[in-house]
Design a binder for this molecule. Structure first.
Ligand SMILES: NC(=O)c1ccc[n+]([C@@H]2O[C@H](COP(=O)([O-])OP(=O)(O)OC[C@H]3O[C@@H](n4cnc5c(N)ncnc54)[C@H](OP(=O)(O)O)[C@@H]3O)[C@@H](O)[C@H]2O)c1
Length: 393
């Protein structure tokens, strides 16, 4: 599997979707760094290709934050397709989208949407996945699902292509056997992209994760709410709280998922359980604290690691520099480390603050700080990479 794509700090190629979620949020935020992303891969000019021998593809939830990113990523990676079906709710049915110079009508998702569809990329929420995922798979479609609906189900591979591609090796495109492949939670993907290369080298025994999660993780409406609240607060008005129950602009709060009886919220437990499944290691000890911060796009995570074998920071830095899908930003002299702005719209996950954990004896502990665009590698890109793997079989 080709790992992370060729993506560079220069502007992301524009997508000719008439309905572009990114446009809702006004001007683009500037990134100030000169860090080169994906220097390990060559940069190619890409054109999405309508190819007779490509799979028929459906995008479910195409009007949402992840759905729009699916289209961008498919185009940038020149993903071959025979036909493309754009699906959303009744509310969006009939909307026009221009993609690759062609006009598409958004269709309402129904029981009949999947006849003849080879690959369906789902991002319309867990309840929609639960209802329509199995229905699509029963009709021979391979579903790549972004929701949490099936992640922990036995028999459903939970895949990060750079980490555990073998988990989906038995699923074959063209076999007429439908299947569901789950995309891990965005925080889990970003965390394991950075930690798996180190885990392979020295085996992680315990991991403590603290997240700083962006509005985009909660979808297009949450991003719009952060922008609206910011304007309202600056104008001295009461901030509108529709998506979140409390003020988000100029504030931060514990992640908005439900709290379990053990005191952890759902997002934190996803990190715990999904890590064990993806690493196929029920003994790895993981604890997490997940926090929403008023950042528009891209999550940050502070990760403390305890290893079974010694691993010094210099070796860790070299391992990460040579890992696919990772860029190291670790300039102590300039106090320059990963930021959400710098990784926004980028494929690579950025790692920095790589340092020996002073609280542990010997070289058995490391601290790292990680940033990743969770709409991209945490959702759409990861799913498209999974679809690309299906093409390679
Ligand atoms: N945002 C992220 O970073 C991220 C990361 C990983 C996973 N995910 C997961 O991806 C999914 C979508 O997230 P998002 O952030 O893209 O949300 P979003 O911006 O709110 O978009 C939701 C999408 O689902 C569609 N939808 C809603 N109800 C539907 C229905 N009854 N039938 C068909 N389509 C329906 C919406 O269509 P309408 O426009 O017609 O309402 C819209 O296209 C969620 O499961 C989320 O947990 C998101």
């Amino acid at each position: 599997m080709a790992a992370a794509s060729s993506h560079h700090l220069s502007a992301t190629p524009s997508v000719d979707c008439a309905f572009n979620a990114g446009q809702i949020f006004g001007r683009k935020l500037r990134s100030s760094s000169s860090v080169k992303f994906s220097s390990k891969q060559s940069i190619k000019t890409v054109r999405m290709a309508l190819k007779e021998d490509g799979p028929s593809v459906a995008v479910v939830g195409v009007t949402g934050a992840v759905g729009q990113e699916f289209l961008k990523v498919l185009k940038e990676r020149d993903f071959p397709y025979r036909s493309l079906k754009l699906l959303a709710s009744k509310r969006s049915a009939g909307k026009h989208m221009t993609f690759e110079g062609r006009e598409y009508l958004v269709e309402e998702l129904t029981d009949d949407s999947f006849g003849g569809i080879d690959i369906a990329l789902f991002s319309a929420g867990g309840s929609i996945s639960k209802k329509f995922g199995p229905l699509a798979a029963a009709q021979g479609t391979i579903v790549v699902d972004n929701s949490s609906a099936f992640r922990m189900d036995d028999g459903v591979p939970l895949v990060i292509p750079e980490v555990n591609p073998d988990a989906m090796a038995h699923i074959k495109l063209g076999s007429k056997n439908g299947a569901i492949i789950a995309n891990p939670n965005c925080s889990t993907i970003i965390c394991l992209m950075a930690t798996t290369p180190l885990h392979r080298h020295a085996k992680v025994k315990r991991m403590v994760v603290s997240t700083y999660q962006a509005a985009s993780g909660a979808g297009a409406a949450a991003m719009a709410e952060l922008e609206q609240q910011t304007r309202e607060v600056l104008e001295g008005k009461e901030p509108t709280c529709n998506i979140f129950t409390q003020q988000y602009a100029f504030n931060l709060f514990s992640h908005n998922t439900k709290i379990f009886p053990n005191g952890y919220n759902e997002e934190e437990m996803k990190l715990v359980k999904e890590t064990r499944k993806i690493w196929n290691d029920q003994d790895v000890r993981v604890t997490a604290t997940c926090v929403r911060v008023p950042v528009m796009r891209a999550h940050a995570e502070s990760i403390n690691l305890e290893f079974d074998k010694p691993l010094d920071e210099g070796t860790a830095r070299e391992i990460l520099k040579n890992s696919n899908g990772i860029v190291v930003i670790d300039d102590r002299a300039a106090n320059h480390f990963p930021t959400p702005l710098e990784v926004s719209n980028k494929d690579d996950v950025a790692v920095g603050r790589i340092r020996q954990d002073a609280s542990q004896n010997g070289n058995y502990g490391l601290d790292i700080f990680v940033c990743g665009d969770q709409i991209r590698k945490g959702a759409a890109l990861n799913a498209v990479q999974i679809a690309e793997k299906l093409l390679q079989e």
